[in-house]
Every structure is written in structure tokens, then in C-alpha cells.
Design a protein around this ligand. Sequence first.
Ligand SMILES: [Zn+2]
Length: 413
Amino acid sequence: MPTKRLYHSDPLLMEFTCEVLQCQPATGNSSPTPLYEVITDVTAFYPNSGGQPADRGTLDGADVVDVIERGDTIVHITPAEVPLGPTVGRIDIERRFDHMQQHSGQHILSSAFETLFGLETVGFHLGEEYVTIDLNSPEVSPDQLAAAERLACEVVFQNRPVEAKFWDPQSIDWSRLRKPTSRTENIRLVEIADFDLSPCGGTHVRATGEVGLIKITRTEKVRNVTRVEFVCGRRALSDYRLKNSAALCAAAALSVGVSELPDAVQRLLAQVREVRRAHEHARAELDQYRAERMYNEARAMGESGIRLVTQVSDSATMDQLKSLAQRVCQMPSAVALMASTATGNPQLVFARSQDVDLDVARLLRDVLPELEGKGGGTPFLAQGGGKRLDRLGHVMNLASELAAGLARRPESE
Ligand SMILES: [Zn+2]
């Protein structure tokens, strides 16, 4: 049973009376609550089709959560059962008008690309947040984007009439159509006066001025097409508000004007890189100084003369610990046993100088079970971590004792 579509002739019809002909439980959907399929004799609800999303609103007071097209029939999806007989449907007109602005804007922008550069639109998506068209070229230059956007906005400012109506196929001048249609009957054409003529079943504004503004926001190369993202009307206003406030906020933080922002950000990034380099240099010098001091203050173990450097830090990262241990062990005859509690769990780094005979990986493996930890490394440098923070002091003492007993200098033997 074909549904009479009221939106074709009156896209701003907010309320309509209809006869509910059928209401039955919907099957084959993933909704956790039951849904119903409601069919009426007439409807102003636009179904999901042609790239334009379905309307929302109410039917007999029940929310319409989706609208689908099944052949010539329009099916309203509701979470509540709707009684058969006469009732009233109401359209969420703000959402509908948004779709009209985006869809008419799309026709204008697509026609601008085609008119100026012969770039064809091969895809259209109207989403909740993004509207995109795909142009049949992998390269579209910034100048081309600017020119097409400019022409599209001029067409908006000229407030040209937009007319959508069904045509007798015999009376159509097919050469005037921007894109072909596979339909042979019920051909509906949307005409923007002296600018564009396209087959389309969607809802459109009555004159181009209602589109408000067309603004391209970004582009992306997708396989061999260029995807152009844009916003029209109220979406353009929201987008401008968002970007204006972000720009003002950033400009105020950097004490520059909005137009100076890109340069100011580049300068700031250059400064950050410079400061980071200087910081790394200072950090290395400080680490070297600390390593030398620790080395000089370290006690010698027994007769071997090997210096045992131990440290437990509550803030050092594993990398800092490693750097310090390695610097200590660049000096002769040293064993470094270092730990950090910065993460809340004990972390260990053991190292030794080239001229010391001690396998620190083995030493680490010998003490780690006390911390319920794991780790490993080479005879020169090993690292690991555990869970028992309460036993760290004990483990450091144990490792020191073991190191004192095991460490040798080959030439001292
Ligand atoms: Zn269309």
C-alpha cells in the first residue's frame, strides 16, 4: 500500500492528520525494548533515503524513533503501540529544517564544483554532526575549494527560488540534469533557478537564502575521491561560534590577535623545543654531578676497593634511575644498586663498572623473589620491579651484602 507523502509538496508541514492502517510488532532489530511498525495512509515523515536521515517526531503521541521506506510504503517505528484509526502526527521541524538547509546546501555546493571545475559529486552523506560530498578527483586545490565555496555562497545571497516537483519524463530536457537518474517514472526534480537541476526525493528550502551560509570545514583524500566536509545554516553558525570562542580563548592565552595565532603557536613550539633541549642538557649535567658525588661519597667494600653506590628515590623514573646508575658505572670499580618508589611499587636498577666482576642480572634475580617481582638484563645493567614496597629496605640491604661478597676486580685477584 503506497503511502501518500505530504513532505513532497510542503516541506515545512509540522502537523498532519492521518489514518493508522496497521500497527504490528517490529521484528529483526537489536532494540532491548519492543518496537512497533506503524503504517498510515498519508505522512509528513521523511524516511531515511537518498543520503538524508529520517525525521523524528510523534504519531498519536508516541515517539517516532525511525522512519523507513519499504517499497512505496513508509513505515514509522515507535516504542509504543498506536491504535488504528484517525490520529495526528507531528514533525520535529527544527531537525527537518536543519536537514533542508544541509541538503539544499549540498545541491548548491555540488553544482558549484561542477560548474566551475567539472568536478562531479559521487557521494553524499548527511550525518548528525558531519555533512560530506565526495568529488571524483583525488586532488582538489585550496583555490578550487575557495572558489566553489564563494560561488555557492553567492547563490545563497541571491536568494534564488528552489522548486521541487514531479515531471513527465517526456517533458524533461535530460541534458540540463546535473546527474542522471535510473528512474523511468515518478521523476522528481529539484531546480535552483538558473543554477542547478537534479533528480532528488529530499526535502529542500523554498529559496536559497534559507540555507543561510555554506562553509567548507575540511577535506580528506579517500581512495581516489576528495571528501569535502561542510556545514550550512544553523550548523554553520554553531561551528563559527565554537571556532570563534576557541580562537579568542587561545589568542587571549598567547596575548595576540586571532589572525596572529598560527605564527604565535609556531613561535611557542620553537621556544618549547629550545627549552626542552636546554632542560635535557641541564639534566644531564646534574645527573653527572650527582653521580660523581655519590661515587665519591660511597664506601669501599672490603679489600677489593669496589665502591658500592646505593640510592632509594621516591620520585625518579626508571629512565632517570638508569641514567644515574650508568653514569656512576662509567667511573671505575663501582656497583650501583638503585631503587625508586615513584610509582607506588618498588623498581630496581642494578649496574656495575666494566672493571668489576659481578653479574648484576643474576644478583637482581636472586633478590627479586623477596619483592614478588620480576626483571632481567645483562651482567652490566639489569632492571626489574616488584609489588612488596614494605620489603624494599630489606632487599636493598640483602643486595648490598651479596654484592660485597661477590664483587671482584679481576686484577686484584
Ligand atoms: Zn538531493
